[in-house]
Design a protein around this ligand. Structure first.
Ligand code: ADE
Ligand code: ZN
Length: 331
């Protein structure tokens, strides 16, 4: 039922979709030392104890991306997964600073990703949006400079986000950058409450004016926050496999996603960094069935929420919801 259920993905870092095989191909193509000596070595290294232990390896892996074609090939591989998994709409994060810090021009990054998005749209009608994320472990000045570099490509972006090391880098650090992005007509999202406290979720809402919270699972520690998220139907883009691999939860059977859903929060399920966390979107749905006994109704609700929480127009949301209805009626 899940494999072909129409759904959207709202939390996917495109650099986190770079599979070891393509990483090794790109390293060779670009005459760079391979980050790993084999695919098995890479997979063995993907044993993380927390967010930072993952980020260290993830940024190293992204170092093989040099040319526009590299960004195209990485994005294309992910879009083929979308087609295979009935991900009819996807909102993709990218981290320009991971590349501009290595001397790659932001135009190389954006044009490579965007060309793949346009080709997928033309070939099978793949729907997508692109979200530029600032690295929160870097300075707010660096984020502002990145925003200025990106503004000539504003038409290719739906919004901006905030990712990387959460602890010690509160949303408040980026208030001025987000204000500038909003003044340019961009929407905003932020990772908050993944490892960081519920207070970071309040800050993301009140200071960064976000439309969605990425992760947000620690909201459960703050009842007043829970009531606000329910009342305002602020979406959470939850990533179950990621939370397990980064030890945000000890065991999938302890994940709170269905508790949040049952309380009436607008939660969605997403893959985050599928090449590193053991699977794409359908694997995340499957894990909830296997470990949390998710019902068919709950799976369908998560899929409906994924469109509701997206940055699609109201009319597009209705059309995608009808696709879910048609799929269920024809089964
Ligand atoms: N960058 C890629 N994946 C991330 C995550 N789960 N949290 C913060 N930054 C990220
Ligand atoms: Zn993320």
């Amino acid at each position: 039922m899940i494999n072909h259920l129409p759904k959207a993905e709202l939390h996917i870092h495109i650099e986190g979709s770079l599979e070891p095989e393509l990483m090794l191909t790109l390293a060779e193509r670009n005459g760079l030392p391979a980050p790993f000596s084999s695919i098995q070595d890479a997979q063995a290294a993907y044993a993380f104890s927390d967010l930072q232990s993952f980020l260290d390896i993830y940024y190293k892996g992204a170092g093989v991306l040099i040319t526009e074609q590299d960004f195209y090939d990485m994005t294309w591989a992910y879009l083929l997964r979308c087609r295979a998994e009935a991900v009819l709409h996807t909102e993709i994060f990218f981290d320009p600073q991971t590349h501009t810090e290595r001397g790659i021009d932001i135009s190389t990054v954006i044009n490579g990703i965007d060309r793949a998005l346009q080709d997928a749209k033309n070939q099978w009608g793949q729907s997508s949006h692109l979200i530029l994320c600032f690295l929160r472990h870097l300075s707010s000045e660096a984020a502002m400079e990145t925003l200025e570099q990106a503004l000539p490509y504003k038409d290719k972006l739906i919004g901006v986000g905030l990712d990387s090391s959460e602890m010690g880098h509160p949303p408040s650090k980026f208030q001025a950058v987000f204000e500038r992005a909003i003044s340019e007509g961009l929407l905003t999202v932020a990772h908050a409450g993944e490892e960081g406290p519920a207070d970071y979720i309040w800050q993301a809402l009140d200071l960064l004016k976000v439309s969605r919270i990425d992760h947000g699972v620690r909201c459960i520690e703050d009842e007043q926050l829970m009531e606000r998220l329910i009342a305002e139907q602020i979406p959470l883009t939850v990533c179950p496999q990621s939370n397990l691999k980064l030890c945000v939860v000890d065991d999938m059977s302890q994940h709170n996603i269905l508790d949040l859903l049952n309380r009436g929060l607008l939660v969605t399920t997403n893959s985050d960094d599928p090449a590193y966390f053991g699977g794409y979107l359908n694997k995340n749905y499957d894990a909830l069935v296997e470990h949390l006994n998710m019902t068919q109704e709950q799976a369908v609700q998560l899929a409906r929420n994924s469109f509701t929480a997206s940055f699609l127009s109201e009319q597009q949301k209705i059309l995608f919801n009808q696709k879910i209805n048609n799929y269920l009626a024809e089964r």
